[in-house]
Design a protein around this ligand. Structure first.
Ligand SMILES: [Zn+2]
Length: 88
């Protein structure tokens, strides 16, 4: 089961971006974190991923400020690949 720390980090990741899976494996390919299911409705980071995922999120929040200025929360390339799998 996921620990409170993992759930909290999962919520932070969900705020940052929607999980992007390939529809078959429960892993988000943007942050590399585990998701609740292969459909990737929310992040559920693995205990062993916590430190790495927190570091990833910190780095992204610095980059994210630039992306938001451009009026998009998604990198153009990543968004297009995600749609290709019919996630939504
Ligand atoms: Zn993610």
């Amino acid at each position: 089961m996921a620990s409170p720390e993992a759930l909290q980090l999962g919520a932070r990741l969900d705020e940052h971006h929607l999980p992007e899976t390939n529809g078959r494996i429960a892993v988000c390919r943007r942050c590399g974190g585990r998701t609740d299911s292969p459909l990737g409705r929310k992040h559920v980071p693995d205990e062993r991923q916590l430190a790495r995922t927190i570091a990833w999120l910190d780095a992204q929040s610095r980059i994210g400020r630039i992306a938001r200025v451009n009026g998009s929360t998604d990198r153009p390339g990543a968004a297009e690949v995600g749609r290709g799998f019919g996630l939504r």
